[in-house]
Design a protein around this ligand. Sequence first.
Ligand code: FE2
Ligand code: FE2
Length: 135
Amino acid sequence: MTELFPWEGKYVLGIKEIDDQHRMLVGMINALHDGLMSGNGREVTGTVLQSMMEYALYHFKTEEDLMQKFGFEGYTDHRDEHLTFMESIGEMAKRHGAGEYLVSLELNEFLKEWLANHILSTDRKYAPFLRSKLR
Ligand SMILES: [Fe+2]
Ligand SMILES: [Fe+2]
């Protein structure tokens, strides 16, 4: 099966803990896609939504704690992007709970786009700063 979201070198930020967490999130998005392709979309969506929300929260906290600890100046804007994401995924969980069927395809696309863009633009901004502090 073709992966929806293949992991690529361009996503590596050079901070092991963060890179591992990003790979985990990418894996969850691919698991959702596999579920959709095999016709278990509705069931898988509920499970993946739940684990994504929990793991994303945990991952965001890791990044926010590091940015705060070392006084990264872009902290507030970055945290706001995380908050907006949690609101969107919360909204989708609500729609899923209300029985909206197409939410799974929409969710899958949204998750992939959001995470890829967030890693490549927003997370990338703190990478050199945190790498120099963590050395
Ligand atoms: Fe991240
Ligand atoms: Fe982030």
